[in-house]
Design a protein around this ligand. Structure first.
Ligand code: CUK
Ligand code: CUA
Length: 664
């Protein structure tokens, strides 16, 4: 009962800190004057610009001369923009935007290419043309990033996308029809057998209707295990399954590795099963959800769940295989362990032996030992939650609690035995030592140092950070607010990604670079060694279809271009090469159904042609070797000048033609 009072006080303190934090960061902008005098040497310029020694160190740590490649590529989510960003490190140069859940004109995605991929993501026939991307996951082999695939979830609609890193394009979108949101995804198992997609807000199964008053009995939580078929480069829907969970709000998940391979861990934050409704006199969500003293770490035996699924233990929910909660409990697929109230993040250490959970409203990070979890499971848990799920006693599974500061969220790891936790309310990153064998037993479990970041940091990303052998060296703080860091762009400001040098031990972390992200909020990112990526320079053969990753039987060969008619169906077969499209005159009639294929027959690197038809909403990017087919109804008569949208050559402006639609 003491904890009840303490809880409300902590909440109050939390609220005050949130407000204070916001006020404290309003500092007047400072500008650096540019260097005077064209013949000044670098020391003089540095002096004139007022750069300190630390500034110069940061500059030489990050400056990457023209033509020199970055060492790492960071794949960052772009939040509610529904995209992924590829960013080079340490230069923090933006390399590529990857369209995933939302149409994107530069890539032609949704404007003639990629339409079928976007359509896979429609739910019950409803067009959904955006997504809220949170956690990208690189494919792994033996617990190391292998540079082949990237996965990302859409929190809003509960979908997962597959991106092929040979061409950095989205190939597939899947949706578990048993649930309508997600959050704890995507994360992969150490050999990418499964892509894990944890749910978030409790819902009736199948997204059906049930009164909120029946929350405890009629609502569920969910975790989906998408089976990845590497050969096909696709998620295998029929071999994928989900597990029904109690309607606690499962939050962040991570896959076990090393000693914990075959297990999955998710923190959660509504063990209270609060249902909100402040307008009906109920506690509002943010109070109701934080009322109790503890939430639950979910410890899931994926190997055993897979066996239950394969033995027919799942039921069909809207065409998807779901293991019901009773079966989950009967087969001991799920254990719970108490977590300090309203935690955030569940991050498995490189060897898979510990799981760090951030306190959010508690200044500690709590570290759970997988060995202790195994012992507690073997000993047989004595407690159960209201659904009958076994609860492991906190003392029996907790290895350490390290006090870090205010608002600990997410933790990443380096190669020196340090862990780094983002402190949302402190706007800082805490470095702490993992006091266990194989990490830093000499230091014990303790806070080493903190570095301020600007501002309100969410996730951190570490170089090769989610592998079994992180690189250390660089850390990126993905901050929610930038406030005074950049020139003002009006009331909507960019987020700020800050590159942090973690090469030096102890308290010598340094901010090296601020990168404004325009687009949307990058929740999480993964950083891979650039030499692991083996992206194609051009498509392997002329006539390539990037969806099937093979030569399209419909590809247009030079010399065979033309327009043919079969009743109202018109087929256009076209090639594109610097600096013309063949044919140049397309004569059709109002009411025709047009199927149009274009092959870019170029073999030169970067010789991409665009293709746009006014009015008809067609806008393509046809990369060297690529074949694209699109269709439309010629409903408006007139003359339409189609043209190449990429300035591909000196005669690019001439790379055009006329589509003439005769009225009926
Ligand atoms: S969440 Cu955004 S800061 Cu979706 Cu991983 Cu924690
Ligand atoms: Cu092709 Cu411009």
């Amino acid at each position: 009962m003491i904890s009840q009072r303490l809880s409300s006080r902590l909440l109050l303190i939390g609220a005050v800190l949130v407000i204070a934090g916001v006020l404290a960061v309003t500092v007047s902008p400072k500008a650096i004057t540019s260097a005077q005098g064209s013949d000044a040497d670098w020391q003089t310029i540095a002096e004139q610009r007022g750069l300190t020694e630390a500034d110069l160190r940061a500059a030489v740590m990050t400056y990457t001369p023209s033509g020199v490649m970055d060492e790492y590529v960071m794949f960052a989510s772009a939040g509610q923009g529904g995209q992924v960003l590829a960013i080079g490190l340490p230069s923090m140069r933006l390399l590529r935007l990857i369209a995933v859940f939302a149409p994107e004109p530069w890539q032609g995605y949704g404007y003639g290419t990629g339409n079928e991929v976007l359509e896979q993501g429609f739910i019950d026939g409803q067009e959904i043309l955006w997504g809220d991307t949170h956690h990208p996951a690189l494919s792994e082999t033996n617990g190391e990033y292998d540079g082949q695939w990237l996965f990302i979830g859409d929190k809003a609609n509960g979908r997962v996308a597959v991106i092929d890193l040979r061409d950095f394009e989205t190939k597939q979108i899947v949706h578990n029809p048993a649930f309508l949101n997600d959050h704890g995804g995507t994360f992969v198992t150490p050999n990418t057998e499964y892509i894990v997609e944890g749910g978030q807000y409790g819902l009736p199964l199948g997204g059906d209707y049930a009164p909120i008053e029946e929350y405890q009995n009629a609502y569920s939580g969910m975790i989906t295990f998408w089976k990845f078929d590497r050969e096909a480069g696709r998620i295998d829907y029929s071999q994928s399954f989900a597990m029904e969970l109690p309607p606690y709000w499962q939050d962040l998940c991570d896959a076990g590795k090393g000693v914990s391979e075959g297990w999955v861990f998710c923190n959660s934050f509504n063990a209270e099963m609060a249902t909100g409704g402040i307008e009906k006199g109920n506690p509002p969500f943010e109070a109701g959800v934080s009322r109790g003293a503890v939430d639950y770490l979910h410890i899931i035996n994926l190997k055993a769940a897979e066996a239950v699924f394969q033995a027919g233990g799942a039921v069909d929910v809207r065409g998807f295989s779901v293991i019901p909660l009773e079966t989950v409990i009967e087969n001991n697929l799920l254990y719970l362990a108490p977590e300090p109230r309203s935690p955030h993040g569940a991050d498995v250490t490189p060897r898979g032996d510990f799981i760090s959970v951030g306190g959010k409203l508690d200044p500690h990070v709590s570290v759970y030992s997988f060995h202790k979890i195994q012992d507690a499971v073997a000993a047989g848990p004595t407690e159960k939650d209201v659904f009958g799920v076994p609860v492991l006693a906190l003392e029996s599974v907790l290895e350490a609690q390290v006090e870090l500061g205010l608002g600990p969220l997410h933790t990443v790891y380096d190669d020196q035995g340090y862990a780094y936790t983002s402190l949302f309310l402190d706007s800082a990153v805490a470095r702490w030592s993992i006091g266990a064998e194989g990490y830093r037993p000499q230091d014990g479990w303790q806070l080493i140092s903190k570095i301020p970041v600007q501002y309100n940091v969410g996730h951190l990303a570490a170089a090769e950070g989610d592998t079994m052998s992180p690189d250390g060296r660089f850390l990126v703080a993905l901050n929610k607010w930038s406030v005074d860091r950049f020139l003002s762009t009006g009331p909507l400001l960019p987020q700020n990604l800050q590159l942090i040098d973690v090469t030096r031990p102890g308290d010598q972390m340094q901010i090296l670079y601020d990168m404004p992200i325009t687009g949307a909020e990058p929740h999480y990112a993964q950083i891979i060694k650039a030499d692991k990526l083996k992206a194609w320079e051009v498509y392997p053969e002329v006539g390539w279809n990037p969806i099937t990753q093979s030569v399209d039987p419909n590809a247009v060969i030079q010399g065979t271009e033309g327009v043919t008619r079969d009743g109202k169906n018109v087929t256009v077969r076209m090639t594109a090469v610097r600096s013309h499209m063949t044919p140049e005159h397309i004569e059709i009639e109002e009411g025709d159904h047009v199927t149009w294929t274009i092959t870019n027959v170029e073999r030169a690197r970067d010789a991409t042609h665009g293709f746009a038809i006014p009015f008809y909403n067609i806008n393509l990017s046809i990369e060297p070797g690529e074949t694209i087919t699109f269709e439309f109804e010629a409903k408006r008569p007139g003359v339409f000048s189609f043209y190449c949208t990429e300035f591909c050559s000196a005669l690019h402006l001439e790379m055009m033609g006329y589509m003439m639609v005769q009225p009926k």
